[in-house]
Design a protein around this ligand. Structure first.
Ligand SMILES: *[C@@H]1O[C@H](CO)[C@@H](O)[C@H](O)[C@H]1NC(C)=O
Ligand SMILES: *[C@@H]1O[C@H](CO)[C@@H](O)[C@H](O)[C@H]1NC(C)=O
Ligand SMILES: *[C@@H]1O[C@H](CO)[C@@H](O)[C@H](O)[C@H]1NC(C)=O
Ligand SMILES: *[C@@H]1O[C@H](CO)[C@@H](O)[C@H](O)[C@H]1NC(C)=O
Length: 306
């Protein structure tokens, strides 16, 4: 009986230490904007999250905005399980309206940030009203012509949208016939940057497939830019940090990963050796609290047993 009781107490003690210890320092980096949770690797605070995502998100009147070199986008959703987010550009064409005049952002990300965020392979960019001189039709290095359907989404179906009723699209091109097509669909990967002025295009639309969901037509497509994010091998660091009650962050000077442990920072996690030394002020309270609770549990058990 005694060894069992001891083991139980030991377990409870550890549980308590974990609870007391985690309390007050956990989630120092987590925040909210409207109904969206901002968590690792994203952040609204300097030094929190992953350095690849610094100065990226801003919360303005409960609206989450993402800022990259091509402009600002509203963040409609962050999916932490699939590591993706959905962006909206008000000057992007949809099934209901076509916006020309080069007002749309397109999608261009700073070269240093490119390893961290990129539109997904299932996201189709449809470039609209591009001139015959556009590199889309004159050929990119290697002379490949990028126009093609992406994950079953393409211009032929997009032309069925009500927005085209007033325009009457031309789908033939110089490489196909007389003048460029009004729409050229492609994956981000085949051009690496959607810069409307560089591509000599008037506008664009973007949609992504909700595979394996089948949708009947372009009016049911999900419009927006679906972006995949990646933390480039920092997942294990962050998991270990959070498991010890820390928040994942980075050193704003050196840009190395940091585990934020409340009153101190660790280069590994909040249980690391250097932690013992810098606890000083905090440990006695935690130990006293844990000790008190342990006695309570002990006496509770004692009375029940007796
Ligand atoms: C968040 O709010 C927006 C409207 O502001 C709504 O469209 C969306 O469905 C909400 N998302 C969640 C996850 O509740
Ligand atoms: C820990 O790191 C964060 C982010 O770099 C910084 O803001 C904070 O001041 C640091 N805290 C301590 C106690 O050094
Ligand atoms: C887009 O291309 C134009 C012309 O090449 C260039 O001046 C501009 O800086 C580019 N925009 C971005 C966001 O890279
Ligand atoms: C895209 O798919 C449509 C059918 O949905 C087809 O008619 C068209 O030829 C395809 N376009 C390209 C460029 O493959």
């Amino acid at each position: 009986m005694a060894p069992f009781l001891l083991a139980t107490l030991f377990f409870k003690f550890h549980l308590l230490v974990l609870l007391v210890h985690g309390y007050g320092q956990a989630n120092t980096c987590r925040s909210f904007c409207g109904n969206l949770t901002i968590d690792y690797p994203f952040t609204l605070q300097s030094g929190c999250g992953h350095q690849g995502f610094r100065d990226l998100l801003f919360c303005i009147n409960d609206v989450l905005m993402l800022h990259i070199s091509s402009g600002s986008y509203r963040v409609l959703d962050i999916d932490y399980a699939y590591q993706s987010l959905v962006l909206h550009d008000p000057h992007m064409s949809t099934c209901d309206s076509i916006v020309l005049g080069g007002r749309g952002n397109g999608f261009v990300v700073e070269p240093w940030r490119a390893p961290y965020i990129n539109p997904t392979p299932d996201n189709v960019f449809m470039l609209l009203g591009c001139s015959a001189r556009s590199p889309l039709f004159t050929g990119f290095p290697g002379k490949h012509l990028p126009c093609r359907n992406v994950s079953g989404l393409g211009c032929e179906e997009y032309y069925g949208c009500p927005a085209w009723n007033v325009i009457d699209p031309r789908s033939d091109g110089p490489v196909y016939g007389s003048g460029p097509p009004d729409c050229c669909a492609m994956q981000f990967e085949s051009i690496k940057s959607v810069n409307l002025s560089k591509l000599d295009c008037q506008g664009y639309s973007s949609a992504y497939s909700l595979a394996p969901l089948r949708v009947s037509g372009p009016d049911e497509w999900a419009y927006g830019i679906q972006v995949k994010y990646s933390v480039q091998g920092s997942e294990n660091f962050c998991r270990a940090c959070e498991a010890t009650g820390g928040s994942c962050g980075y050193d704003t000077d050196g840009n190395s990963d940091l585990c934020l442990c409340g009153s101190w920072n660790s280069s590994s996690n909040c249980d690391s050796v250097q932690s013992r030394a810098s606890y000083k002020g905090k440990w006695p309270i935690e130990v006293a609290l844990a000790g008190l609770s342990m006695s309570a549990i002990f006496w509770g058990n004692h009375i029940r047993l007796g």
